[in-house]
Design a protein around this ligand. Structure first.
Ligand code: UGA
Length: 437
């Protein structure tokens, strides 16, 4: 099937390449000429395992093309909208400028019978507001939210755990549109992946409520970490123990410096802002607390470092291991890791940051920090070490004896509770976890 994907950021670029890899003919469109030039030559503009391979094979097969000209979307049967919905500069709500611009630019190139499938994460009610503009062209709007995780984006797009398609009630073409979406996702349909058809509002809400739940789960365990700190309990054991209850589950109970990235933080804020607009602010009032707990954990990590250095960190050399908001990603949007590094530097420490993938992005945003690619170079002569992103390079591959041969101090703050505390202590380190003794 001929498909267009409007917006070639994280979501759109992966979606375009993934759809080509399952046999569709795809045109990816973005206004950013540099991004389109990179993608056209098979280069992924960001670090995502597996993406370079499917980009290259898609381009080589002729199934995948990229363009800056929205007119090239003409002729596609389904047009996916995958543009960003960042947090507004002056508030918590989502900025819908790019969604509106994409719909306005696309509308003149639609043919009656086309389907426009929104994938961007939007405040509930957005699709209903856009629908008349799409319907005026004879096309049908559906909402088809995306649940991909960075680092696993290719796998999550080709083989998702569920597919959700929201359709408008007043919309005559809905049944056909749903069948067409089934054809688009034919490998998942063949595997009997749950395919859930809803109204537009439900589809929009599925996405934001899923992210709100995940954020709440992380902040719940971080709240338990705060209680553990006051009582001498161990939050990692607590998470293991409650996680054995299948109703709770162990995943996303990793206590530490909390969540960041381009999705969870801005999505819970946008959700709270939208609920206020709907007169239901109190229904998700807890999301403000989820946000507050999350941000407190960054402060806590900074406090632990300062405290371990006897409140004297001016001029102290601190090795910060990690910059991306999570491993397997070069994304530094709202990264708790970088936030900790920036705060330590703000307190006068001499901070050196290392990361396997995110240094270039981090340097652009925070040029005041020192960066080195080599982990051991970051550790050399450090007074204290902070692990803020649980890359395997730090979690599995860093031997405490080897680290001790490089550093001056023996303080390690494990901001992700990802190290073997006993092994580090046995090697002579003052190991400090987050919510564990
Ligand atoms: C998140 C959701 O997990 C995806 O399902 C969703 O599609 C995506 O947002 C989106 O809206 O596009 P992502 O932002 O890639 O995906 O990252 P996550 O894997 O959810 O991690 C988010 C943050 O939570 C990271 O900073 C991670 O370190 C942190 N985290 C995760 C914890 O602190 N503890 C945990 O136990 C798990």
């Amino acid at each position: 099937m001929k498909l267009s994907v409007i917006g070639c950021g994280y979501l759109g670029a992966v979606h375009a390449a993934a759809m080509a890899s399952i046999g569709h003919e795809v045109i990816g469109i973005d206004v950013d000429e540099r991004k389109i030039a990179a993608l056209s030559s098979g280069q992924a503009p960001f670090f995502e395992p597996g993406l370079p391979e499917i980009l290259a094979s898609g381009i080589a097969s002729g199934n995948l093309r990229f363009s800056t000209d929205i007119a090239d979307a003409h002729g596609a049967k389904v047009h996916f909208i995958g543009v960003g919905t960042p947090q507004q500069r002056d508030g918590y709500a989502a900025d819908l400028t790019y969604v509106n611009a994409a719909v306005d630019a696309l509308a003149p190139h639609l043919t009656p019978g086309d389907i426009v499938a929104g994938k961007s994460t939007v405040p509930v009610g957005t699709a209903a507001g856009l629908a008349p503009r799409i319907q005026a062209t004879g096309a049908t709007l559906v909402w088809n939210p995306e649940f991909l995780r960075e680092g696993f984006a290719v796998q999550d797009t080709i083989d998702p755990d569920r597919l959700v398609v929201g359709v408008g009630a007043e919309n005559g073409g809905s049944a056909d549109a749903v069948d067409t979406l089934r054809e688009v996702y034919h490998p998942s349909i063949a595997k009997e992946t749950p395919f859930i058809v809803t109204d537009l509002a439900t589809a929009e809400l599925v996405k934001v409520s899923a992210n709100a739940f995940l954020a709440t789960k992380i902040s719940f365990i971080n709240a338990m970490a705060e209680i553990a700190e006051a009582t001498g309990a161990d939050v990692t054991q607590l998470a293991d123990a409650i996680g054995h209850d299948a109703r709770i589950g162990r995943r996303f109970l990793g206590a530490g410096i909390g969540f960041g990235g381009g999705c969870l933080p801005k999505d819970i804020r946008a959700f709270a802002a939208r609920a206020e607009e709907l007169g239901r602010g109190e229904s998700v009032g807890f999301l403000r607390e989820v946000d507050a707990i999350n941000l407190r954990r960054r402060d806590r990590a900074v406090h632990l470092v300062v405290n371990a250095l006897d409140d004297d960190i001016v001029g102290k050399r601190i090795a910060v291991l990690g910059a991306s908001f999570k491993p397997h990603s070069d994304d530094i949007r709202d990264s708790p890791a970088l936030d900790v590094a920036v705060r330590l530097r703000g307190l006068g420490a001499d901070v050196t940051v290392t990361d396997p993938a995110a240094i270039e992005n981090a340097r652009q945003q925070h040029p005041q920090l020192a960066y080195v690619h080599d982990r051991d170079e970051a550790l050399r002569d450090a007074d204290a070490v902070v692990v803020v992103t649980e890359w395997d390079e730090y979690r599995r591959e860093l031997d405490p004896h080897h680290a001790a041969s490089l550093t001056i101090g023996r303080v390690i703050v494990d901001g992700r509770n990802c190290l073997d505390a006993a092994a580090w202590r046995n090697a002579g380190w003052n190991y400090i976890g987050m919510g564990r003794p």
